[in-house]
Design a protein around this ligand. Structure first.
Ligand SMILES: Cc1ncc(COP(=O)(O)O)c(C=O)c1O
Length: 416
């Protein structure tokens, strides 16, 4: 038996996952894309209502040009991790642009936002070496619905249970309670939260979070530090695309973002003041021991930042916000309920039943629309939803057609 015995366990685990309908491995293959936010699958066009490309920058000519030029100049890949053979100028230019965009001292880029969260959280909670001065005396406090990459960052840091706390989702009174309860027990606290929560499009009120942390800061000898992952916020949320910080007026000590959603490129980053960044360049393992994304991607990201800040970017942001408002008006007038009143491009249409959610997703697919159904255990039982993601590229007619088709099948399935 030997290896076969373990492979049997793996096969059984896959079968178990299939029976609880959380399987993810049968990925749709997209052969290409067309204008107006469409993918080609099996020769047919499907409008994307499940893409993070909120501004349509993935296909922006200048962004491509930036990618091609950087690839031509610096090659297809980085060649080595940065501290080994040096760093191509384009990464430095991008980091300077990111720091400026978010009005911080400095920025660091990572292969992805997932890798950023794991690297930053691990380094700030625990440090990298056994001699680290950061080890010990830290309490980490995390929103109950934080993204998996935050959860994994905390896990990797390996703090024991007494050093980890969770506050109720978006409940800053509960956070206050946790901070009061632990006063004097730890030297420092690290509070970690998403900016935008990707399942429902809700946001954490960062201004209030900052006030709560500020009010309790002196109860801890080394203060309270905040890490905010605003992967879905940066580039598309707020009047100028600065994300949840812009909408709420609050500022994170370390702000994590991605270039792989609204900016249309790829890769993650953190911006912060110089002290944090200097320390993280010495300590974040996913930065030190892993390649950055390709120079071409850095070139694309650099141009995308410029596009967001241009008059065209302003128009794209306005168009996105118009599309969000139009979708909300139409879908609610048609009789659907939104699970929460999101003002972000993520709009959760409440279905409330796993079977009906699957059937509606399949019916929409047949009609040429791609959406994502979300069911238990990702959301509580009975809160099944269709997560619709709007983009500046959607047209009024496209949104109307999507709502019409949803109504047709929603009625057939007894959802509305
Ligand atoms: C909240 C949040 N953080 C981080 C990530 C990871 O982003 P990336 O694809 O850049 O690793 C995602 C992506 O799904 C996300 O939704």
């Amino acid at each position: 038996m030997g290896k076969e015995a373990f492979k049997k366990i793996l096969t059984e685990e896959v079968a178990r996952i299939d029976t609880v309908h959380t399987s993810k491995r049968s990925e749709r293959v997209m052969e290409g894309f067309t204008k107006e936010h469409c993918a080609i699958i099996g020769g047919k066009e499907y409008t994307l209502f499940n893409s993070n490309d909120y501004l349509g920058l993935r296909f922006h000519e200048l962004v491509w040009k930036g990618e091609h030029e950087a690839s031509e100049h610096y090659g297809a890949g980085p060649g080595a991790v940065r501290f080994i053979s040096g760093t191509a100028r384009v990464y430095k230019d991008l980091e300077r642009a990111l720091a400026r965009f978010h009005q911080r001292d400095d920025a660091m880029v990572f292969s992805s936002a997932f890798a950023t969260n794991v690297g930053v959280i691990h380094a700030l909670l625990k440090g990298q070496s056994k001699d680290s001065l950061v080890s010990g005396e830290t309490l980490v406090v995390s929103d109950a619905l934080n993204h998996r990459s935050i959860i994994d960052g905390i896990r990797v840091a390996g703090l024991d249970k007494t050093h980890r706390a969770i506050f109720e989702h978006l409940n800053l009174e509960d956070l206050t309670h946790v901070l009061k309860e632990n006063a004097g027990k730890f030297a420092r606290v690290v509070v970690v939260t998403d900016g935008i929560f990707s399942m429902l499009g809700e946001y954490q009120d960062l201004q209030k979070l900052q006030e709560v942390c500020g009010a309790h800061d002196e109860m801890y000898a080394e203060g309270i530090h905040t890490i905010v992952d605003d992967a879905h916020g940066v580039g598309c949320f707020g009047k100028t695309g600065r994300g949840t910080e812009e909408v709420t007026g609050g500022t994170a000590d370390a702000l994590v973002g991605t270039l792989g959603k609204a900016f249309g490129a790829d890769g993650g980053y953190v911006v912060a003041d110089q002290t944090y960044i200097d320390y993280l360049r010495e300590s974040a393992a996913t930065y030190i021991y892993s390649n950055p994304f390709s120079p071409g991607t850095a070139g694309a990201g650099l141009v995308a930042l410029g596009v967001v800040d241009s008059s065209e970017g302003k128009k794209l942001l306005e168009q996105l916000h118009t599309n969000i408002a139009y979708f909300k008006e139409k879908i609610q007038a048609a009789g659907f309920t939104l699970a929460v009143d999101s003002v972000h491009a993520i709009q959760p249409v409440l279905i409330g039943d796993a079977g009906k959610t699957r059937k509606l997703v399949a019916a929409l697919f047949e009609e040429g629309f791609l959406v994502t159904g979300i069911s238990y255990p990702v959301v509580p039982q009975g809160s099944d939803e269709i997560r619709v993601q709007l983009s500046a590229e959607h047209t009024r007619e496209g949104i109307e057609r999507f709502v019409e088709v949803s109504v047709l099948h929603g009625q057939k399935l007894g959802i509305i």
